[in-house]
Structures are given as C-alpha cells and as structure tokens.
Design a protein around this ligand. Structure first.
Ligand code: FES
Ligand SMILES: [Fe+2]
Length: 348
C-alpha cells in the first residue's frame, strides 16, 4: 500500500520542543516524535512492547547524557534508539538475569533540516537509509515563514494526483484573484526527469494568473514532484525566491496529511499581510480538500477510472514512478526513472 525505503515528511521543527512528545500516525503506524536533551530529533514506534500503551503519553527524562522515554503504564524506559533501558518492577537479581537490550520498540532514522523533520521508513525494522534525505534548493539556513496544513479524507494517491492535476484549476480554484472562467487557454509545458520524480522545467509563469504578474521581470517557476508525495514549487525573480514545499503524507489508507511550508526572501510576500496570505493558502488547499472528499462518495462504488493525455500524464508518471521504485526495492535492480523528457499540452 505505501512505498517503503524512502524519507517521508514527519513533522515541523517548530512542532517539537525539547523534552516533549508528539504523537502522529504515519503510514498506518503510531509514531512518537521527540527531541532529546541535546536538541536532536528522534522517532520511535509509539507502542510500548510491554502492554501496548502509547509511549508518547509518558515523560521524556534525562538520565546521565541519555534521554529516556518513560512508559506511562509501568514505567519501562526506552532510549531514543528504541532499546529498553530499565524495567522498574524488577528486583536487582531479576534485572541482572534479564537482557534488557533484547526488548525494544522500533526506532526510525530521522533527519532535520530547513525546518522540516524527515523520517525514513525502511521495509525492515532495522532499515538504514540507502538514499539521502530530501533537500530543498534554497539558500542555507532558511526556515518556513508560513505553514498551512489540512487533512484529506482520501488515500495518498488521490491526494497527490489531485494536487498536481492541471485540469481542475479553472473549476475548483475559480476565484477573481487567481483564475476566472475566461482565463482558460492552451498550455504547453516542458517536463523532464529528476531524482525519483519529474519536473515542470523552469519557465515563465502563465500570464493568465494575476498573482504571478506581480512578481516582476525575469520570473521563472519550476515545479518538482518526487515520490513518496513531495511537491516543490520554486518561483524565482530578480535573484530572490519564493519556495512552496508541499508534503503529502499518508496518515493511513483513508487519510492523508497535507503540509505546505512556504519560504521566501522575495519582497512581494512581505507586502502581503500575513492573514491575507494565510487565508489565500487555506482557501486554495481547502478547495482541493473539498474536491477529493467529495470524490470519495463516487470512489466508494469502486468505479473504473481514466487518465487521459495530456492533462493526466503527470498522474501516470507518478504511478509509474511508484511501480519502478517498488520493483527496484523488490528485485535489488537499480532504480530506473520511467519519465522521459516530454512537452505536455492541455487547456486550463
Ligand atoms: S505498558 Fe509500557 S511499561 Fe507496561
Ligand atoms: Fe488544486
């Protein structure tokens, strides 16, 4: 159901305070995100191996230079690598006779950068990353300046293809400040493969969008899509950037979390009052959410679906990338990106 051996977006740096726990469901699994006393993020399967209560309900404690997660039920303590450090109910001789290191909850590799916390989902419990964590192409040290989140009541695939699909824009996102019914016209965009994904190659954004026209001269935009469900829009003008990163993360089979992190040093967004920017972003994403949620009513009848040329070719690529990644992991053969350079045409 879910792609493995990939980095998934797990949480925002700003959500994780030292000594606190964050419970989240990712890929149908309960995950505890924490930050140790040295400030390093960690992620554990949020289930106590003793009797199954969520570990995130317990305390993060400092023991020497280690951080331990204390289970709220019987106080068993776990290191940030998942190994059991203590079982308080054991007498001294019982503790001596027992090998605590055999007791563990799964620990996931974690990487934190650019205000984002990534978690590596290996197929095996002990799976070490075989690929580098994603990194946005931005000046060093940038942090998100606005975050917009939502939850779609659909599978990750419908969320991903719903967000990348160009043909819905004049219908779902019809609004005076972005697109109107009259602004629909022929589009032609060049695409090419990138690492584990594809890019709508840098181009001058379409003149039928009022907002893009405010960016000024020399503006280019590029949209990158990568598995497992990462979309990054790079807008550049006059040496400055606006970068809109969207993580589409499966909560479980019927729920998908959307997190949009917006970074910029382009002055345009400084002139837009934050509440208006937020309202615009939430409105936009809310329209996508309402569309995919409404779609679930029809999908419940398991209809046959179609993907057409050229408007749905990006969706086809997404499915082909998933298949190619699964094949690569199953067979051990090198991953071959199935996307070839192409120019796609549609009306939107
Ligand atoms: S359930 Fe966690 S220590 Fe018993
Ligand atoms: Fe949309």
């Amino acid at each position: 159901m879910f792609l493995r051996d990939l980095w998934y977006f797990g949480a925002l740096s700003s959500e994780l305070k030292p000594g606190q726990h964050l419970h989240r469901e990712l890929l149908g699994q309960p995950i505890l995100f924490g930050r140790d006393h040295q400030g390093r993020a960690y992620a554990l399967k949020d289930i106590c191996p003793h009797r199954g209560i969520l570990l995130s309900g317990g305390e993060a404690q400092q023991h020497g230079d280690e951080t331990h997660v204390e289970c709220p039920y019987h106080g068993w303590r776990f290191r940030t690598d998942g190994s059991c450090a203590a079982i308080p109910s054991l007498t001294a001789d019982q503790a001596e006779a027992m090998d605590l290191s055999k007791i563990r909850t799964r620990a996931f590799p974690v990487h934190e950068d650019q205000g984002l916390i990534w978690i590596y989902y290996g197929a095996e419990d002990s799976g070490e990353p075989t690929i580098e964590p994603p990194k946005l192409d931005m000046p060093e040290g940038e942090k998100p300046r606005m975050i917009i989140t939502d939850v779609f009541n659909c599978s990750v695939d419908h969320a991903v293809i719903g967000l990348m699909d160009p043909a819905h824009i004049p219908y779902i996102h019809r609004q005076w400040w972005y697109r109107t019914k009259k602004s629909v016209r022929d589009k032609e965009k060049a695409f090419g493969p990138i690492e584990r994904g594809f890019s709508m190659l840098p181009h001058t954004p379409s003149a039928n969008s009022f907002v893009y026209n405010l960016l000024g001269e020399g503006r280019t935009t590029e949209i990158q899509v990568q598995i497992p469900g990462l979309r990054t829009e790079y807008i550049k003008a006059g040496g400055k950037h606006i970068t809109i990163f969207t993580a589409v993360t499966p909560t479980n089979e019927t729920k998908t979390a959307i997190t949009i992190a917006i970074y910029w040093n382009h002055p345009l967004l400084n002139f837009v009052p934050r509440p208006i920017l937020r309202l615009a972003g939430e409105t936009f994403l809310g329209q996508d959410r309402d569309a995919v949620n409404a779609q679930q009513v029809g999908l419940a009848y398991d209809p046959n679906l179609m993907l057409i040329h050229d408007a749905d070719v990006q969706a086809k690529w997404y499915f082909r990338l998933k298949d190619a990644w699964t094949k690569h992991r199953d067979t051990g053969e090198p991953f071959r990106n199935p996307v070839k350079p192409a120019t796609l045409r549609w009306r939107s």
